[in-house]
Design a protein around this ligand. Structure first.
Ligand code: AHG
Ligand code: MN
Ligand code: MN
Length: 338
């Protein structure tokens, strides 16, 4: 390490904890569970092909998707590394049907939800994959005995923390606790995430759109109108970028600007991305960075969850770019209702 004045993630969290309750170090202890798991996963991802971790386990998960071996490894790692932390009331994972209740006493103040490995279909072809996490507080007891599922199903605006790890050419961690968005890079020589950017903001406008247009025939007609418009000389010129790993597409959108959209399709009538541990954490981050995230007409962070693995249509990115998509959708709705 050349620069002795570097700031690690743990130092950053402790230094920025604004209120006494967070200064107990519990939050940074909780986050260290995620970062330990992500460092182990980063090492495994780097050696895919050399270890017997390629391909599927042969099982189908609660999402109805083929489970990649690394999905399982990532899930087990996160469950183990977070599970030891007494401040965690419950965990919920994309790979597990129900929330896992841990600490039922007062010590269990946090709920951690995660997509252990996002973009996992890309592992075998060395395209970046990621881990996404969302942190909620266990609701204060209100006299009524709440089930762990009820405790977990909170709107995205209740999140106290969110972030992702992107296993790319570098291993990058981006997080927020509601006080701006901060980016770190893992320095393998010391095994620590080092701060590279504080108070990261998303450009308000950028002519990049990110969408799997193979599904366009079954998109909302307003979205189809947008996709026709975005290719015209009047609009752009826009660039199209689509990795197929949400974390990679989101990270590019956050740093360069633009809009990512995964609308409802015939195959995924509610959208493909999951509200609780994909859309909500990224929506918290993008709003903290000055961007916007909606279903096309409803702010993602205001969507009332009803099921742990519910899916949601998603338009996310630079404020102005998201609003252009929303306008096309609104105009189509009013044309239909006229
Ligand atoms: P996951 O690997 O966690 O199931 O997520 C995959 C998601 C997301 O990463 C990506 O944006 C989207 O699937 C890509 O879907 P399509 O292949 O339908 O474009
Ligand atoms: Mn995912
Ligand atoms: Mn996943």
């Amino acid at each position: 390490m050349s620069d002795p004045s570097f700031m690690t993630l743990q130092q950053h969290i402790i230094q920025r904890q604004r209120c006494a309750e967070e200064a107990t170090g519990e939050f940074s202890f909780l986050l260290s569970g995620i970062t330990i798991a992500s460092k182990i996963l980063a090492d495994q991802v780097r050696r895919v092909g050399l270890l017997d971790i390629l391909g599927t386990t042969g099982e189908v998960n609660v999402q109805g998707e083929q489970v990649q071996k690394l999905d399982d490894i990532a899930n087990d790692m996160l469950m183990q590394c977070i599970g030891y932390r007494r401040c965690v009331h419950a965990m919920a994972s994309e790979e597990v049907a129900d929330p896992v209740e841990l600490e039922t006493g007062d010590a269990g103040r946090y709920i951690v939800l995660f997509d252990p490995l996002d973009g996992s279909s890309n592992i075998d072809v060395n395209i970046p994959v990621g881990t996404i996490f969302s942190i909620l507080k266990k609701p204060e007891p209100n006299g009524k005995e709440c089930s762990v599922e009820e405790n977990v199903l909170q709107k995205g605006c209740e999140q106290v923390g969110a972030g992702y790890v992107l296993y790319g050419s570098a291993t990058v961690l981006v997080y927020t606790t509601g006080d701006g968005v901060h980016q770190f890079v893992l320095d393998p020589s010391i095994g620590a995430f080092i701060l590279v950017k504080e108070q990261l903001t998303i450009p308000e406008k950028k002519a990049i759109y990110s969408c799997n247009e193979a599904n366009a025939h079954s998109f909302d007609e307003g979205v189809q109108n947008y996709l026709n418009w975005v290719k015209t000389s009047e609009a752009g010129p826009y660039s199209a970028r689509y990795v197929g790993s949400f974390v990679a597409d989101f990270h590019r959108t956050l740093l360069k600007g633009g809009v990512f959209l995964y609308p409802a399709t015939a195959k995924a009538p509610e959208g493909k991305l999951r509200l609780m541990y994909e859309a909500n954490p990224m929506a918290f981050l993008v709003e903290q960075a000055g961007g916007k995230a909606s279903t096309g007409d409803t702010r993602i962070l205001d969507v009332e969850p009803t099921k742990l693995h519910q899916r949601v249509p998603l338009v996310i990115g630079s404020k102005k770019e998201v609003e252009i998509v929303e306008d096309f959708m609104a105009r189509r709705r009013s044309a239909v209702s006229a």
